[in-house]
Design a protein around this ligand. Structure first.
Ligand code: GUN
Ligand code: ZN
Length: 445
């Protein structure tokens, strides 16, 4: 049994606002009943008089960060990462639909617990995910998410055009709606809101008008999330243009069918016009920037400055399996690289800084999910979602190298972005509960 309350000692680092880091070198958190009860300098908190003794966890040279937030990934696709060399549409057809088609029954039962263990091992505490089209793939996903202790938003993939399932086309739509509603009724808000439902129309290429409208209505009726893909690839955009000749642009399709809401997460959003950006901002919809995926599929370079300027809430997504890994530090690194590449041909462009990429993976993701009051930064009163990183594992020469006392907060964030991952993650907490500990082979319960 985990002690309650308990104290964690380390170098506390968070990014409550875009562009600024907050830190406490020899800091500490007191976690009680799943929340950050107190935050301060270790010496002060240790000396404070309390009714109950504190069980202290002191792992030496560690940084304690808010848990990382992955705003977009596909549960069934992890086994297919790094596969294929084509762009989006042929890649989906050749590499992804065959894998998703098998993601049901024993296969889903085997992989789902492994997937959530991998998330926790990477320091990810919140993930917004797509299942496959089958009801059981989503049900099994939720059951595994429930056991994992992670914060998960998940939905059954919806598609009724060119789907990979066995159902007759006429039946696909009604079955998809019935199953999605049933899953939402069962899981949305489970375990005091740790698990939530996202209606998940794949994208305008594989969804009929009726499916998109109905998904929007259902999400509104249940106060659930919506997630879809938007403007990821030129060929995809062309296809949508031909399917929806009367729409002003791709975004207009989603606008018309009620998919742009404050609880909508739009994956990618690479090729948007000024009108589309304004429409998304007016609807207060949110964006998952997926740089590792966009590089893998050669989809394009995300115009971060333009979307931030419009006031949009942006988080980061691993987009596994187009993104090759669940490690959100690598996703931050790719976000930096993408803006660096853009600045080579647009010299006036400000580069993205490590502190800003770190914001996107923590507070930015929380804002994009409407959860700023609950997670994303290290503040007393917020839920204790944390990742504890061993700094000796990211320093060149490890314990023999530079002492971490010599490093600035910015240095540490940059070192983690360029060098952290599962090998450096010691512990992951969600709501104060340890969901991963490196010293244990299995997830701690
Ligand atoms: N667009 C529609 N489906 C998908 C998917 O599974 N992955 C990515 N990257 N883009 C998509
Ligand atoms: Zn995706």
């Amino acid at each position: 049994m985990q002690p309650n309350p308990f104290g964690l000692r380390g170098f506390l680092i968070d990014a409550p606002d875009y562009g600024s880091l907050r830190s406490r070198r020899d800091g500490a958190l007191i976690v009680a009943d799943g929340k950050i009860a107190e935050i301060g300098d270790y010496d002060d908190l240790r000396k404070r008089q309390r009714a109950e003794p504190i069980h202290w966890i002191d792992r030496g040279a560690v940084a304690i960060f808010p848990g990382l937030i992955d705003c977009h990934a596909h549960l069934p696709q992890y086994s297919a990462v790094a596969r294929g060399e084509s762009q989006l549409l042929p890649w989906l057809r050749e590499n992804i639909f065959p894998v998703e088609r098998e993601f049901t029954g024993p296969k889903a039962r085997e992989e789902c617990p492994l997937f959530f263990h991998e998330l926790a091992r990477n320091g990810t505490t919140t993930a917004m995910l797509y299942a496959a089209i089958y009801e059981d793939s989503c049900e099994i996903g939720f059951e595994a998410a429930e056991r994992s202790g992670l914060r998960v938003i998940l939905g059954k993939m919806m598609m009724d055009l060119g789907s990979y399932g066995q159902l007759q086309p006429k039946k696909i739509l009604s079955v998809s709606l019935i199953e999605s509603e049933r899953l939402c009724r069962k899981w949305h808000g489970a375990d005091n809101g740790r698990l939530e439902y996202a209606f998940s129309p794949r994208f305008a290429v594989t969804c009929s008008e009726k499916l998109m409208r109905s998904a929007g209505e259902l999400a509104q009726r249940f106060g659930a999330y919506l997630q879809t893909h938007l403007a990821e690839n030129r060929e995809e955009i062309e296809k949508v243009h031909h399917l929806h000749m009367s729409a002003r642009d791709y975004t207009d399709v989603y606008e018309k069918y009620g998919l742009l809401t404050p609880k909508t997460m739009l994956g990618h959003c690479i090729h948007l016009s000024a009108r589309e950006i304004d429409a998304i901002a007016a609807a207060q919809s949110n964006i998952a920037h997926c740089p590792t995926s966009n590089l893998f599929l050669g989809s394009g370079l995300f115009k971060l400055d333009q979307l931030l300027k419009a006031g949009l809430a942006i988080g980061l997504g691993s987009d596994v399996g187009a993104g090759p890994e669940l490690n959100m530090w690598q996703v931050m690194r790719a976000a930096l690289d993408v803006q660096k590449v853009r600045s080579m041909s647009e010299p006036a462009l400000q580069r993205l800084r490590p502190s800003e990429a770190f914001y996107l993976a923590t507070s930015g993701g929380a804002r994009a999910l409407g959860k700023s009051a609950v997670i994303g930064s290290l503040d007393a009163g917020k839920e204790a979602d944390l990742t504890v990183v061993d700094l000796t594992a990211v320093l060149p020469y490890g314990k023999q190298g530079r002492r971490f006392d010599d490093l600035s907060t910015e240095d540490i964030v940059a070192l983690c972005i360029y060098r952290a991952g599962p090998h450096a993650n010691l512990e992951t907490y969600v709501r104060g509960k340890c969901v991963y500990r490196a010293s244990e082979a299995a997830p701690c319960q």
